[in-house]
Design a protein around this ligand. Structure first.
Ligand SMILES: Cc1cc2nc3c(=O)[nH]c(=O)nc-3n(C[C@H](O)[C@H](O)[C@H](O)COP(=O)(O)OP(=O)(O)OC[C@H]3O[C@@H](n4cnc5c(N)ncnc54)[C@H](O)[C@@H]3O)c2cc1C
Length: 180
């Protein structure tokens, strides 16, 4: 498993990434090089998401090595997470609305065989769209996708497959997590 579920593994990943958090991250963070080859980014999101390490710990380690400006791009990205979590906290209706829409979309899909089949093909990674199917395999085996893969994935899901965005979060991984 590429993401061992322990604090030691999280700290080891953080320690290995810190030297690359400056110029390397800023220059290479937008390239998805495929499963097992994501060294240009931290791959810390599963650990941050499950609170195995916190944003404060990650930032402290990076700032100690690079100072306040040397890893500005990486610091920005961590703060994006804090920003949207904070936004959700101050807009709780957005979450309840999402849950309502999710129920509605599920019910509509269950009453439409063709739509249901499209959805089943998508979550099985059997659409015939090669990169999309590969991302489904990566997501279900590693519980991780590169930031750019998440953008392309969402785009194919919504504009090519014409599936409702709400049900995308239902793709579950071995560890029980999901992409939202
Ligand atoms: C369609 C879509 C869905 C996404 N779904 C999720 C999700 O369910 N959970 C989640 O944590 N992130 C999500 N992201 C944000 C981002 O893609 C992941 O956090 C990132 O890919 C994690 O990889 P990393 O730890 O190697 O990131 P790095 O590039 O190393 O970034 C370090 C940390 O900064 C934060 N971060 C980085 N990029 C973003 C971003 N674009 N928005 C918010 N925070 C960011 C994360 O905490 C990340 O661990 C999504 C992005 C998109 C475009």
């Amino acid at each position: 498993m590429r993401f061992a579920a322990s604090r030691d593994a999280a700290l080891e990943r953080l320690l290995a990434f810190v030297p690359r958090a400056g110029r390397t991250y800023a220059a290479q963070r937008n390239y998805d090089r495929g499963p097992g080859r994501h060294e240009a980014v931290s791959q810390l999101s599963p650990y941050v998401r499950h609170r195995v390490v916190t944003e404060a710990e990650v930032l402290a380690a990076v700032l100690e090595r690079h100072g306040t400006t040397g890893a500005a791009k990486f610091v920005d990205e961590v703060f994006w997470r804090t920003y949207w979590k904070g936004w959700l906290e101050t807009h709780p209706a957005a979450w309840t609305r999402y849950l309502r829409q999710l129920d509605q979309q599920r019910a509509e899909m269950n009453g439409d065989d063709a739509r249901r089949a499209d959805y089943e093909r998508a979550i099985a990674g059997a659409t015939g769209i090669e990169p999309f199917d590969a991302w489904v395999r990566e997501l279900t085996s590693d519980n991780y996708l590169h930031n750019h893969a998440r953008m392309w994935f969402a785009s194919v899901w919504i504009f090519t497959l014409r599936l409702p965005w709400e049900v995308k979060s239902q793709i579950c991984c071995n560890s029980g997590s999901s992409i939202a």
